[in-house]
Structure formats: C-alpha cells, structure tokens
Design a protein around this ligand. Structure first.
Ligand code: SF4
Ligand code: SF4
Length: 453
C-alpha cells in the first residue's frame, strides 16, 4: 500500500510532543488510547494483503525462527520468537480481515488488540528486531516474518508508538531532510571540507553527470575517509559522477521507524534530484538500510519504476572490478594482521547484494576469514533496524553484541572489515563499550587503499 492511503498521524506530531519513556514503550503525541488502537488496527488491516494473509495462516509453530533470531538466542526469552513479534498483526487480521473474521467477531473468539498489548509489542517490534531477515530465511513454510514485522511497525508508527530516540531521528529527517537538521548549503560545505581535508575535489551539482553519488550525514561525520574513498574509487574508474546538493544524504529513518510517509519522502528527494540531473545510476553509500529502502521499496513508494539503476557502493565496485576498470594491487588489511569479514544482513539477505565483498577482498589479495556462520546465514551485528538509535534497547543490544564478539574472537582476527556503515557504527560502539582490541574498517576505504597505479 502507499502512504497516501492512510492517515499519517505520526507526521503531525512534533518532536516536542514526545512523552518521556514509560517502561518499555514511548508515545508520540497526545492521542487517546482508543485513537492509537484504531490507527494501528487500520494500518494492520491495510497492510495485510493476500500474500501476508497466506503467510500468517501457514505457520506450523515449529519454533525454528526462534533459533534463527539473534535476540532469542542471546536471551532464551520466548517473547523474542520472531513469529510472536507479529502477534497483534495476526490477531487483527483474523478478527478484521481473514475469511472467518465475522465468525471470530460474532463469537468473540478474537479480541480487538488493546493499548496494553501495543505498548508491550513496541519493544518486541523495535527493540528486539534489526530487520536482519534471518528468521525469514530459516522458516520452513517460507513465511517472510521480517516483512510482517515491517508491516507491524507501520501500524505502530500510525499509532504514535515508536521508540523515542528513533522517532526523533526520523522526525528531524522529515523536517530538514537529514538527521542532523542541517541545511543543504551546510551539508555541501561539509562535503567540500572533506574534499579539502583529503586533498581531493568532490564534484557537487556537476551538469551532465551520468552517476549520482549519495552519502549520509552520519557517514560524513563518523567516517569522512569513507566519503573520500568513494570519490577516489569513482575517479579511478573514470566515472562521470556528481553529488547533488539537494540529495547528498540518502539515509532513511522513515524505513526503520515504520513511517511509510516519511520513508517515501526520503525516496522522492533522491528520485527528484536524480531526474533533475538526468543520471542513469544512483550509487548509494555503505549504509545498507539507505540502499534497501531505495532499491527495494523505492518503486512501490514512488508509485512507478525508478528512472535509474540503484547500486550499493560495494556492488558498484564489484561491477567495475569485473569490467576491468577497477584495478587493485595486492596487499594486506590496514594493520597487516588477520582480517575477518562481517557480512551485513541487511545488504545480503534483504538487499540481495551477494558476493561483492568476497570478490573485492580476493582481488586485493587480503587473506580474510569468515565467522562460523557466514554468507546467507551470517548473524547480524545487533544494531540495525533502528536498534542502535534506540537508547532503551542498549542493554539488550549489548547481549547480542557479546555473541558477535565471541564469534569474531573464535576467528582470531585483529581487524573487522564490513561494507555497511550501520554495522561499522555498531562495532565501533562495541569496541568502546567493551574495550575490545579490534580495529574496524570500511570496505570502501580498504579498496581505496589498494587502488593500483
Ligand atoms: S519458523 Fe515459520 S513455521 Fe516455524 S514457528 Fe516460525 S514462522 Fe512458524
Ligand atoms: S528479522 Fe532478525 S532480529 Fe528480527 S525477528 Fe527476524 S531474526 Fe530476529
């Protein structure tokens, strides 16, 4: 469904209206409990189409999705069983939209979801899910549980029941186009500053470009060397590219925060800028969530096919490598120590970008290891899907992260390379939190350090 089909109550709520955290839920705005329930139910019903209904009905309660979920595995808490996280959606579907809905209603066999249940499920839908897709991969019935969790988040957003810190970021992006609340002029000034600092010219608003490149203000702030590395790679392969001042930042907190209206805004901003410059390709930054929002939800939310190709930077580099334009010299990781590859769940399972980091690392001659569970079964870092932004989720997130630490320790690697900046921020935070003696590096920076000639 499109965001225009529903009442976007969240969009009308000012950040100053966010109530202080209460227990494990936050509320935005001053809507009554009944109004929140009605908004959630309306959204749940709109989202449960024929495909979702089939999914909800085919669960055989085998419990396999529990063992696939990093939050369940780290806690043994049955509340974190993935299919349990969509129980309000399921309950609403059966009562309001399923084939036996009149029967269920008449006999009172399915209650209407209550505000207390929605409060409880806010934690299950936002704090204990990174949208990593591992549950969907494992389910023997082919139920895309992650997609159902996304549907359920839409209802929670409509009800104004989103974790405070995550909501605030999404709201700032809605108001100003980016999570720091910066003007386009300030962002381009900072971008030019990164160019000066790294001794490169960063093209902004260059007419006639065939490729539009995006980054995020968070990557510019935390990893300016990654932005510079993207530019070095693009120059190396002879690309005709530009950043566009109207759409430098490609992050999409509407996507992870459950607001279809705000997710769509972020997509439209990029599409309109790309159309203005007539580019054929948009290269997205390392932020895997920004990529997935545009690449896989862009067409539906924009309402028609995107007039350009969308490529994650690792995918772009992989294609340039195959075409022979990206020439890499052999070498080690940054420290010369053992390197382990952390594969981004969002990019791999949700984004379909398979093999790019492997091809690039092999081309660089980096002797890298992989954790015991890797590839399609790789575990997520625990910070995606808005969990890293969600302050109250941190104790739970660190339990998941400790499992990742044990897994990485078993490889005896000194350096962790990843091609997702959300994973990288999560690992960097873990290094600080636990005093972990690991160095985290972004794949694009590593590639830029291996450019031949
Ligand atoms: S793995 Fe699939 S079928 Fe089994 S409990 Fe989970 S959702 Fe149901
Ligand atoms: S998407 Fe990942 S984190 Fe979310 S419920 Fe499924 S396995 Fe757990």
């Amino acid at each position: 469904m499109t965001p225009d089909n529903r009442v976007s109550s969240a969009a009308a709520i000012a950040a100053s209206d966010i109530r202080q955290p209460h227990g494990h839920y936050d509320e935005e705005g001053g809507a009554s409990a009944q109004a929140r329930v009605n908004a959630a139910v309306r959204s749940f019903v709109l989202d449960v189409g024929a495909v979702s209904a089939l999914r909800l009905d085919s669960c055989v309660h085998c419990g396999m999705c529990a063992d696939a979920c990093p939050f369940y595995v780290a806690t043994d808490d049955p509340r974190y069983t993935p299919i349990h996280k969509v129980e309000p959606l399921k309950q609403t579907y059966k009562r309001e939209a399923g084939p036996f809905a009149p029967f269920f209603k008449l006999l009172g066999l399915k209650r209407k979801v209550t505000i207390e249940e929605l409060h409880e499920w806010e934690e299950l839908l936002f704090d204990s899910c990174t949208l990593c897709g591992r549950c969907s991969l494992i389910c023997p019935m082919g139920i895309d549980i992650t997609a159902l969790i996304e549907d359920a988040r839409h209802g929670m957003s409509e009800a104004g029941l989103v974790p405070k810190a995550l909501y605030e970021k999404a709201y700032r992006q809605h108001r100003s186009g980016n999570v720091f609340g910066l003007s386009n002029e300030e962002i381009t000034r900072r971008l030019a500053g990164i160019g000066q600092e790294h001794g490169i010219d960063i093209p902004i608003d260059r007419a006639g470009a065939e490729i539009m490149v995006c980054t995020t203000v968070e990557e510019m702030d935390a990893y300016p060397a990654t932005v510079a590395a993207m530019v070095r790679v693009l120059e190396h392969v002879g690309a005709n590219y530009t950043f566009c001042s109207q759409a430098v930042d490609a992050s999409n907190y509407g996507y992870v925060g459950g607001s279809l209206a705000w997710e769509r805004e972020g997509i439209v901003r990029i599409v309109e800028a790309a159309k203005r410059y007539g580019v054929r390709t948009v290269v997205m930054p390392e932020d895997a969530f920004a990529y997935v929002a545009l690449r896989w939800e862009g067409t539906e939310l924009y309402g028609k096919a995107l007039p350009f190709e969308v490529k994650h930077i690792s995918e772009f580099m992989q294609e340039e490598l195959a075409a022979g334009r990206l020439r890499l010299k052999k070498g080690n990781g940054a420290d010369g120590g053992a390197v382990v590859l952390h594969e981004s769940s969002q990019l791999l399972r949700r984004g379909g970008v398979v093999g790019a980091p492997l091809d690039l690392l092999e081309a660089m001659g980096v002797a890298f290891k992989r954790p015991a569970d890797h590839g399609a079964f790789a575990w997520c870092c625990g910070g995606g899907g808005g969990v890293l932004e969600n302050e109250r989720a941190q104790p739970l997130r660190y339990r998941v992260f400790e499992a990742r630490m044990r897994e990485i320790e078993a490889t005896q690697a000194d350096e962790i390379v990843t091609c997702c900046s959300v994973c990288r921020r999560t690992f960097d935070d873990g290094v600080d939190r636990f005093g972990w003696d690991k160095r985290i590096v972004g794949l694009t920076e590593m590639v830029a350090a291996h450019l031949a000639g």
